[in-house]
Design a protein around this ligand. Sequence first.
Ligand code: TUI
Length: 345
Amino acid sequence: MRVRGRPYDGQLRTALGYLKGLAKHDGGFIMISTPINEQLGIKYPIFQGGMAWVADASLAAGVSNAGGLGIIAGMNSNGDQLRAEIIKCRELTDKPFGVNVMLMSPFVEEVAKVVAEEKIPVVTTGAGNPGKYMKEWLAAGIKVIPVVPSVALAKLAQRHGAFAVIAEGGESGGHVGDLTTMALVPQIVDTVDIPVIAAGGIADGRQLAAALMLGAVGVQVGTRFLVATECTIAQEYKDRVLKAKDIDTVLTGKRLGHPVRSLKNAFTREYLKKEYNSEITDEELENMGLGVLRKAARGGDVSNGCVPAGQVAAMVKKEQPAKEIIEEMFTQAEEVLGGAIKWVK
Ligand code: TUI
């Protein structure tokens, strides 16, 4: 057998074997199941991103009840507020859920303690290196899954005892790294021995299938869950996502070293004007960013607030229950994976 005039080198067979391994029969249906389904006790290998001011108990429980892994955002809470949200989530679901610890949060120390005390089964981290908290979390039996934007940070996470990593490409909303998901995921897969979950630019079944083909064993989705029925953000935020076009997101905050992707609006225009004005101090810029996530997500001010969303925002077409979102994504992924064989002659 020859592939495009080159001698067949066995890679195709490996790819097909991998495809077969992913698609497992379940009561007559083909279903996607990877090692993390069993390891984390979930039906579908999909995480909901722990989005600041968005991912509360309602959304996390909705996703967990639908068979994914719901994640509560630790970013916008102090220790007591987070504990209350965890208790609420436990009332809404008996399925596993996680907490995201945003390492730049002013409350990071108390939040880190609460997740250990509450023995949250899965903790994801963002915006930094969680090394300092790993010992305490591992001792509490927590599976730690850091979000990493580079190979170096993935290696570091593995060395610290991470259970898996989330390789997040810069297509995602919120705080982003430089590399795209397409470039980042296979490089991390080739480097670490722990499971890799892909994030950034994943809103439908084609993108989910592509992530699996890059070697990921699961995906994390943020933007599409913004419009989940269970998501309690202001309707104005959901409407902005539903109306978004392909080129409607922009990066702000590069000058301060933490670029954030959000939908273009009066806030991003004003911020960018100041960001590229050398007379404006870093402190003034930092002050401009205070409270803007809350203003949009909870206050509904989508003009003067910051409205994080990924580059896939334009693919998000309607408000739906989390269960419908997940089932639609997996049904489509199973279809495209099943049909992929047609290109292999
Ligand atoms: O964390 C996110 N997304 C976020 S956090 C957020 S709130 C915020 N507020 C102010 C400034 C910045 C953010 C909104 N969206 N995603 C996970 C993520 N983590 N993306 C990138 C990273 C990351 C970046 C650097 C992870 C580790 C890292 O390490 C740097 C280092 O050298 O420690």
